[in-house]
Write a protein that binds this ligand. Structure first.
Ligand SMILES: O=P(O)(O)OC[C@H]1O[C@H](OP(=O)(O)OP(=O)(O)O)[C@H](O)[C@@H]1O
Ligand code: HPA
Length: 182
């Protein structure tokens, strides 16, 4: 995608959740996570790449001791349909015996987070909780329900706030849907 195509896609898109709604949701989620984990010294793991914006903005709202690391698992690439999961990077920090909070941008079919959770439990994590900023209302029987959910999004390809469309626009502070998929 080039600059013009990326700008045209954004100009044609529909706002699903404004930056104000995103910020209010971050505050709410941080309070829920604090209530559950503030005494546990959790290991927070960001699922790269999409999780980076949500995780970064969540971290500054978590006012209790924690460790932070990341992992990279991907199955969409630049496509709008998911494929086989590809593990790029495992977390460097040992997870054995830890309470782990996995943070990602979106639960779509749930395949990625289910695989991540299973792998962390296999590595000996004591407990694995999951936080997603968006949960897609696609009517699918997902293999995992997230423990902390920000906002729901419709069954359309969405982008912004960490989520890319053809590689672009992860950097937007709000969430959009491509208009041509309405
Ligand atoms: O619930 P699922 O259907 O498995 O989809 C959700 C996953 O898809 C996206 O990652 P993607 O594969 O696009 O990799 P990226 O984060 O590197 O863009 C997103 O960041 C989630 O990790
Ligand atoms: O709707 C989506 N948008 C961006 N990335 C995604 N990864 C899974 N679903 C989506």
């Amino acid at each position: 995608m080039n600059t013009q195509q990326a700008r045209a896609m954004l100009a044609d898109a529909e706002v699903i959740h404004s930056a104000e709604a995103v910020n209010a949701t971050l505050d709410r989620m941080a309070a829920e996570i604090r209530d559950r984990l503030s005494e546990s010294y959790p290991l927070v793991l960001c699922v790269m790449t999409g999780g980076v914006v949500f995780c970064g903005q969540l971290l500054t709202r978590l006012d209790f001791p924690l460790d932070f690391d990341y992992l990279h698992a991907t199955r969409y690439g630049p496509e709008t349909q998911g494929g086989k999961i590809s593990w790029r990077t495992a977390p460097w920090t040992p997870v054995k015996g830890r309470k782990v909070l996995v943070v990602d941008d979106i639960l779509d079919e749930g395949v990625t987070l289910a695989a991540v959770k299973e792998s962390l439990l296999r590595l000996g994590a004591e407990e694995v909780l999951t936080a997603v900023f968006s949960d897609k209302l696609n009517g699918k029987n997902k293999p995992l329900a997230a423990d902390f959910v920000g906002l729901t999004v419709p069954d359309r390809f969405v982008f912004g706030f960490g989520m890319d469309a053809g590689g672009a626009w992860r950097n937007l502070p709000a969430i959009y849907a491509k208009k041509d998929e309405a």
